[in-house]
Design a protein around this ligand. Structure first.
Ligand code: ADP
Length: 496
């Protein structure tokens, strides 16, 4: 059955037999075509076979080449081209297999139910000697399905016998279907008046439909009794079929959920590995600097002003290490749902701003760090250490994301738009943040790529921690930013 792809493999082998040199490798990739053909048409086994044959043909050229040239880049490329049809063919084939299995399961499910209903209604009609027999079933969402020899389909009407029985749940016996005053549907069926019997089908879950039979001539009490019994059995059978359907649907849903959960776990695992590698890198950078400068100071005689400079670097790196560790500790508390350890007290924002402005100004000579404290500013009710950490986070971001230097303005004032609230603003004229990224910068591990700040270190945790701390203190944090112009972060805290 896979003669086509195999013939194509042979044709490619013949066509590429004499080709050598730079053109050989691209031509060998042609073997992917029959492998993909087999995968799409017949699934993984066929693709595996075609891939294998393609590999064998290529082997005839590649193995002598390896003997001649050893494992050079060109022979390595040839080996990759040799394995590609087999590997990619099987991978694609497996996807096709999976899709096929699903399709088959669904067809089996729907197909068997319809066929079974049709067969059941034909048998019932024959057993009762009816001219026509039909089933009308109502699905959970109100849609109707019709089975059997009665042409209810498009002609199904609410004022027909079946429609009325479906509506009211009462059995209907019409002595003359064409002249029954209860029914709106009138059609002359033949010289003999047609009897009609419509019986509701009851299941454990209530009424699911009706069984309708029609016969020209008499429909005696024995036939009516048999019809009632059959309606009872049909109801039970439908009940069973629905249960089976439900079970299968449930099994399918369960399978999907397990698949989703497995996928999610795999993603989390990958994210964890990525996180660990970023954290190790972030910790290693300041550690390497600390190690380097301390060794220099211990092992060499360094002039005092140079030693002071080195010690300044040691302090900056130690502070950076401290910030990373504090952020990680805060994050682990937030993740575990443990409350952040906060002790609200009266905190003088003015004093906090002044101290941090002095600190940052001494450490970042390329930036102009300015503080502005509103006159007569009161205190906020917050945890001093937490406010200090939030301010340091915002200020170090302002410096970090203004790589060309520039002004960083820190201000403390009463929030004009909110009663009983104080605001701390940190404004820079750095690279700014695109509007579409603004909503996610407070999410954890989010870092916005910018060519000028590629080298800036960070875990994408600082703002997440700032927001969590601000909210835990009954406050909030807001941001405004214009790419290329700068950013303004606003920390809101309840007044004391
Ligand atoms: P980190 O600085 O460790 O990457 P943060 O959570 O502090 O993590 O910040 C998240 C991202 O938001 C940063 O990577 C950066 O892209 C952006 N960002 C934060 N502050 C600023 C700022 N002042 N100017 C421009 N971008 C900023």
């Amino acid at each position: 059955m896979i003669a086509g792809p195999l013939a194509l493999v042979a044709a490619i082998a013949l066509g590429t037999a004499g080709v050598d040199g730079a053109l050989a490798i691209p031509l060998r990739h042609l073997y992917l075509v029959p492998a993909a053909w087999a995968a799409l048409r017949w699934g993984s086994s066929a693709a595996g076979l075609v891939g294998l044959v393609a590999g064998l043909f290529q082997g005839l050229q590649v193995f002598p080449m390896i003997e001649r040239e050893g494992l050079a880049p060109a022979t390595f490329d040839a080996l990759v081209a040799l394995a590609a049809p087999l590997v990619l063919g099987i991978a694609l084939g497996r996807l096709v297999d999976q899709a096929g299995e699903r399709g088959a399961r669904l067809t089996a499910l729907l197909g068997t139910l319809e066929a079974r209903l049709d067969r059941a209604v034909t048998l019932v009609g024959a057993a009762l000697g009816a001219d026509r027999a039909g089933l009308v079933l109502r699905a959970g969402d109100g849609t109707l399905a019709v089975a059997g020899s009665m042409a209810f389909g498009a002609a199904f009407r609410k004022d027909s016998a079946a429609g009325r029985a479906l509506e009211t749940g009462a059995a209907i016996l019409a002595v003359n279907l064409d002249a029954d005053p209860r029914l709106g549907v009138k059609a002359v069926r033949g010289p003999t008046p047609s009897r009609g019997l419509v019986l509701p089908l009851e299941t454990g879950a209530g009424r699911v439909g009706v069984l309708a039979i029609e016969r020209a001539g008499d429909l005696g009490p024995a036939a009516c009794r048999s019809a009632r019994e059959m309606a009872l059995h049909l109801g039970l059978a439908i009940d069973n079929a629905q249960l089976e359907l439900k079970q299968r649907r449930f099994a399918q849903e369960l399978e999907d959920k397990v698949e989703q959960a497995t996928r999610r776990l795999r993603e989390i695992d990958e994210a964890k590995s990525e996180f660990l590698s970023v954290v190790s890198h972030e910790l290693r950078t300041p550690l390497t600097a600390l190690q380097g400068f301390s060794e220099l100071l211990l092992e060499r005689v360094v002039p005092p002003d140079q030693a002071r400079r080195y010690l300044g670097h040691v302090r900056t790196e130690a502070q950076r290490l401290g910030r990373i560790v504090t952020d990680l500790l805060d994050l682990s508390r937030i993740e575990a749902g443990r409350p952040l350890e906060l002790r609200p007290e009266r905190v003088d924002l003015g004093e906090l701003v002044e101290r941090n402005v002095d600190l940052f100004a001494s450490q970042h000579p390329r930036h102009r760090i300015e503080g502005q404290i509103a006159e007569g500013l009161g205190a906020v009710s917050a945890d001093r250490d937490a406010v200090d950490r939030m301010l340091k986070n915002l200020m170090s971001n302002a410096v970090k994301y203004s790589p060309r230097g520039g002004r960083v303005r820190v201000a403390a004032a009463v929030a004009g738009d909110r009663p009983d609230t104080m605001e701390l603003t940190v404004e820079d004229d750095g690279v700014g943040i695109p509007a579409e990224d603004l909503p996610r910068i407070f999410d954890r591990y989010v870092r916005i790529a910018h060519p000028e700040t590629k080298a800036a270190s960070g875990l994408g945790l600082g703002l997440h921690v700032v927001r969590s701390l601000a909210e835990a203190l009954g406050g909030a944090v807001e941001v405004e930013s214009l790419p290329g112009k700068g950013s303004r972060f606003r920390l809101l805290l309840p007044a004391a």
